[in-house]
Design a protein around this ligand. Structure first.
Ligand SMILES: [Cu+2]
Length: 163
């Protein structure tokens, strides 16, 4: 019993310290979004989405929800091994990044109102714990699309095979 109470007090102290720290700095988290894409979904009802949120400030934030006109429900998922877990928010570290990528954290679009096709753009609005909402255009890529930055060798082989 007494350990639980003291742990609660400790969390409260940490939260108060964080607020005090933010006040002494500038205007809070400075977020930008990059590398957004949605692989063209194979399912009629569900799709995944990926993006990277960069925080160029000393104040941490959290991605708390995502809305779009394309789906009734968008949830935040983390992946580990073969399983996915729905989480209520995802942390964006101070001077760091929140990375949503294939095989890791992702957005899950459920109850799709229409099926996105390669070449489409999906409009999203990201909601944060501290920052104001941010609009993002997420391009729809092929079902097997992977960001090119890490796969230099496969880019070379595909350019040589191109006649
Ligand atoms: Cu998922």
């Amino acid at each position: 019993m007494s350990t639980g109470a003291s742990a609660g007090a400790l969390v409260l102290t940490a939260a108060l310290t964080l607020v005090g720290c933010g006040d002494s700095g500038s205007s809070g988290p400075e977020l930008s979004v990059g590398s957004a894409y949605m692989p063209q979904p194979v399912s009629d009802s569900m799709a995944a989405g990926f993006l990277v949120i960069t925080n160029e400030s000393g104040a941490a934030d959290r991605l708390s929800s995502v809305t779009s006109d394309i789906a009734d429900e968008i949830t935040l998922h983390t992946s580990s091994a073969q399983s996915m877990t729905e989480v209520k928010d995802l942390g964006i570290p101070a001077n760091g990044k929140l990375v949503l990528e294939s095989g890791g954290n992702h957005l899950m679009f459920e109850k799709l109102k229409r099926k996105p096709k390669e070449g489409d753009k999906v409009s999203l609005e990201l909601h944060f714990t501290k920052s104001g909402p941010m609009k993002v255009e997420m391009p729809v890529k092929s079902p097997t699309y992977r960001p090119t930055a890490v796969t230099t060798s496969s880019m070379q082989s595909s350019s040589t095979s191109h006649r």
